[in-house]
Write a protein that binds this ligand. Structure first.
Ligand SMILES: [Ca+2]
Ligand SMILES: [Ca+2]
Length: 283
């Protein structure tokens, strides 16, 4: 009897030791998975195996409850799992073997993949939201030319062209004055300076491509664009001043009280800039 009890005790102890060993072995692996909490946005351009203890997890899972921007250099060896209310933007990296859009009841979780040459289940597809009805295999190329082939378990995926390298430039609406008060009802033009910097030569701007909040550069007389060169801020670098039609400004395109200017240089490089705008009622 005593002997049986002792054996039972030893058995329990042995099981406890095994159990503890399993937990101790398991703990670092659990830590190697990465979770992006809700309301946080992370850029992932590293190996999800990464562990501060130096433990290598052969199956790194990225759990996304906030926003994940998966960039070239990212390595996710197991699953990219996007929870309900999560968002994933895929620009590059190595995701294998699959993306799981995990929501009950099934809702469309925002998953956007940026690239070219997309196919779903080997059929070529264009840009925009593509329905998967539960799943499909998405293949294509990322902006850096890397080919990818990912299984997606979910209902839809938004396919978009790679974000082109748009240069940020400095502009000054109504150069030299502030605030930049504009009466949308006036039939005039609004001067906007595109400033040169050591990194950007405003002389390379193609004025025909410039637009401020939907309004192009004004044309007068025999097709003459209202644009001229002048060092408007006196820093020794010549700037480009364009005049856009006031009545064509679209307030719907203002963002947080700023008007956005877009354009291209003569070699086709896209640029954008913004400056505050203060709409005033007609006098
Ligand atoms: Ca100004
Ligand atoms: Ca200047």
């Amino acid at each position: 009897m005593e002997r049986k009890k002792a054996m039972l005790k030893t058995g329990c102890l042995r099981m406890l030791v095994v159990f503890m060993a399993v937990i101790l072995c398991t703990a670092p692996i659990l830590r190697a998975d990465v979770t992006i909490p809700a309301s946080e946005e992370w850029d992932i351009d590293w190996d999800v195996h990464y562990d501060i203890d130096g433990t290598i997890d052969p199956t790194g899972t990225l759990w996304v409850y906030g926003t994940a921007n998966v960039l070239p250099g990212a390595v996710i060896t197991d699953v990219l799992l996007v929870g309900q209310y999560g968002t994933a933007n895929i620009y590059g990296g190595d995701i294998a073997p699959y993306i799981m859009l995990d929501a009950y009841p099934a809702v469309d979780i925002p998953l956007t993949v940026y690239g070219t040459d997309f196919t779903i289940n080997t059929f070529p597809v264009g840009y925009g939201v593509q329905m998967l009805y539960g799943g499909g295999t998405l293949a294509g190329k990322y902006e850096d030319g890397t080919s990818f082939n990912i299984s997606i378990f979910g209902n839809s995926v938004n396919l978009q062209p790679p974000p082109s390298d748009v240069i940020e430039v400095t502009i000054d609406i109504k150069p030299g004055s502030f605030p930049n008060a504009i009466n949308l009802g006036s039939n005039g033009v609004v001067p906007v300076a595109i400033l040169s910097t050591p990194d950007f030569d405003a002389m390379t701007v193609d004025p025909t491509s410039v637009s401020l909040a939907g309004s192009d550069v004004a044309v007068r007389g025999k097709g003459k664009l209202l644009a001229h060169e002048e060092d408007v801020n006196g820093d020794g670098m010549t700037d480009l001043i364009v005049q856009v039609e006031t009545e064509n400004l679209d307030p719907g395109q203002f963002q947080n009280g700023s008007a956005i200017l877009t354009g291209k240089t003569t070699d086709g490089t896209e640029f954008t800039g913004s400056d505050s705008i203060n709409i005033v009622p007609p006098a």
